[in-house]
Design a protein around this ligand. Structure first.
Ligand SMILES: Cc1cc2nc3c(=O)[nH]c(=O)nc-3n(C[C@H](O)[C@H](O)[C@H](O)COP(=O)(O)OP(=O)(O)OC[C@H]3O[C@@H](n4cnc5c(N)ncnc54)[C@H](O)[C@@H]3O)c2cc1C
Length: 503
């Protein structure tokens, strides 16, 4: 069978897919119709779950070192300081990356492009996927570039080609949802006054968010364009008219506008993420309001989910029915995300609620109650994503179920996420390793990570003598008690799961 995978689109989703496939030794071609990586900041927030996945790929450090860790979020009302909410290490019991990281999308994409380069892969810029034909055994793709049109066969095509996806349209996949009537603005500006961290300003019934980016005097602004600035319902063509407005809502003094874009937000999810040998990934499959900084992170999550499954199938180490679980796992998350961000968006643009609930009630509570901030972190960081309904998830031990993300445990030198860097299936045993566990490890050839029983495990909700079959992406596939491993064995048999390393 043809092994090479075609990745159409080198935005964050396509690049993350390429880095993942490269780590797993799968041949691929990555093309983009643009002439080079994006040059504007767009998605700013890198969530903890993305950093955990990047840690497995060996690139988390490069992302973190180039970003800004958010220690506080400040709130202003009519330019008066209202509150400063500490959020620095909120997730310290939950993740090795217990914070929110700010890194502009263009810088993020450049790190991924360089990472690919250093492993011997170049993005083929100015190459556009025009058509494709799935003949069941492979997919024939027609790619156009300045040097002509090439027709080539691939094992699979991954459409990481953004919201207007050629791949999705060619597959005639419905992309239902809607477009919000409000228009946002996004602008990268330089300010004489420095922001100490993300800052949310309220002025009468409007809000605007400012993020420090790159250097401390550079600020990314995002907010709603007030009706007063629109002409015939259209957003202004340049930002100069809105500078006094931005300065009246946030503590900034603007000296230069580097980039401005009015931005209509959509909420849509594709009716499916796969047809035969063709997949869609990232914005090609789901788009929603930027509320909560989820869009790009979800695309990267899709990419990592698909990469290890493609790799397992192409290496002949898992039954190819595992590919069906890409759509079922990721479409469910995309649908729930679009619903949540839709509710959040409507909440934020409801001027009465903004005046009567957000400012006087929500912000003081956020300031007062640490547990509220922790719950918020759990949700927006994406560490709560689980695949309970997936065919690849089974069993329960204590409170931990098949489909959950492996609880993160670090005590002293021990870190149960370290073995995840193998990007391979593995068995985790917490408590005693009995003869059944030993036999399972011997029969399957999967790596064993074992932690003797201790209080730190109990604190994480782990039951003594529990065993997890852990997927290459760090989610639990099967959870069981060590004295009854039937569900684990059945899962391994059903999907013909083998270690992905070795011949
Ligand atoms: C102005 C703006 C502001 C934004 N602000 C935020 C924000 O504040 N927070 C947030 O979370 N998100 C934001 N987003 C959304 C965020 O940028 C996307 O979620 C993210 O880029 C999705 O990544 P992707 O790789 O799936 O798709 P994209 O980044 O859209 O990448 C798709 C790539 O595919 C290429 N391509 C398309 N068709 C073809 C083809 N036929 N052949 C080859 N290549 C092709 C394109 O050139 C492009 O490079 C913003 C987006 C915009 C436009």
């Amino acid at each position: 069978m043809e092994k090479e995978v075609l990745i159409a689109g080198a935005g964050p989703s396509g690049l993350a897919l390429a880095v993942s496939l490269s780590r797993q030794g799968i041949p691929f071609t990555i093309i983009d119709k643009d002439s080079g990586p994006g040059t504007t900041s767009r998605a700013m927030v890198v969530q903890a779950r993305t950093l955990e996945l990047y840690e497995q790929l060996g690139i988390a450090d490069k992302i973190v070192v180039n970003g800004i860790i958010v220690n506080n979020v400040s709130f202003f009302k009519n330019k008066n300081h209202l509150a400063r909410v500490p959020i620095g290490q909120l997730g310290q019991e939950m993740s090795a990356f217990p914070y929110v990281l700010i890194l502009p999308q263009d810088a993020h994409e450049n790190i991924l492009v360089n990472e690919l380069k250093s492993s011997g892969h170049d993005v083929q810029w100015n190459h556009e996927l025009k058509h494709f034909r799935d003949d069941g055994d492979s997919v024939e793709a027609v790619i156009e570039s300045e040097s002509g049109t090439v027709t080539k066969n691939f094992s699979y095509i991954c459409g990481c080609d953004g919201a207007s996806s050629t791949v999705r349209k060619a597959l005639d996949i419905d992309f239902s949802g809607g477009t919000y009537k409000q228009t946002f603005f996004v602008a990268d500006v330089e300010s004489d006054r420095v922001l100490g961290g993300p800052t949310i300003g309220f002025l009468d019934e409007y809000f605007c968010i400012g993020f420090p980016i790159r250097t401390m005097d550079q600020v990314r602004l995002i907010g709603l364009i007030p009706e007063a600035f629109k002409e015939d319902g259209e957003a202004p063509e340049d930002f100069s008219l809105m500078i006094p407005y931005a300065e009246s809502i946030l503590p900034v003094e603007l000296k230069k506008v580097n980039w401005y874009s009015p931005y209509r937000s959509h909420h849509r999810v594709a009716e499916k993420f796969r047809t035969g040998r063709v997949f869609i990934v990232g914005d090609a499959g789901h788009i929603h309001s930027p509320a909560g900084g989820q869009g790009m992170n979800t695309g990267i999550g899709d990419a990592v989910n698909l990469a290890w499954k493609l790799s397992a199938v192409l290496k002949g180490k898992t039954h190819n029915s595992i590919l069906e679980t890409y759509e079922s796992e990721r479409i469910k998350f995309a649908r729930s995300l679009v619903n949540t961000t839709d509710r959040l968006f409507k909440f934020m643009v409801d001027r009465e609620r903004l005046r009567n609930v957000v400012v006087p009630v929500f912000i003081p509570r956020l300031l007062k109650f640490n547990y509220m901030r922790e719950r918020l972190f759990e949700t927006i960081s994406q560490i709560q994503i689980s695949y309970h309904d997936s065919d690849l998830s089974v069993g329960e031990s204590g409170g931990i179920k098949g489909g959950d993300r492996l609880p993160w445990i670090r005590c002293g030198e021990v870190n149960n996420y370290r073995p995840l860097k193998s990007l391979d299936w593995q068995i985790h045993a917490y408590g005693e390793v009995n003869s059944d566990v030993e036999a399972l490890v011997k029969d399957t050839g999967l790596g064993l990570f074992h932690l003797p029983w201790g209080k730190s495990l109990k604190d994480k909700g782990i039951k003594e003598n529990s065993l997890y079959l852990v997927r290459p992406d760090g989610h639990i596939s099967a959870a069981a008690d060590t004295e009854n491993l039937e569900v684990v064995k059945n899962m391994i048999d059903e999907y013909q799961i083998q270690s992905l390393s070795g011949e």
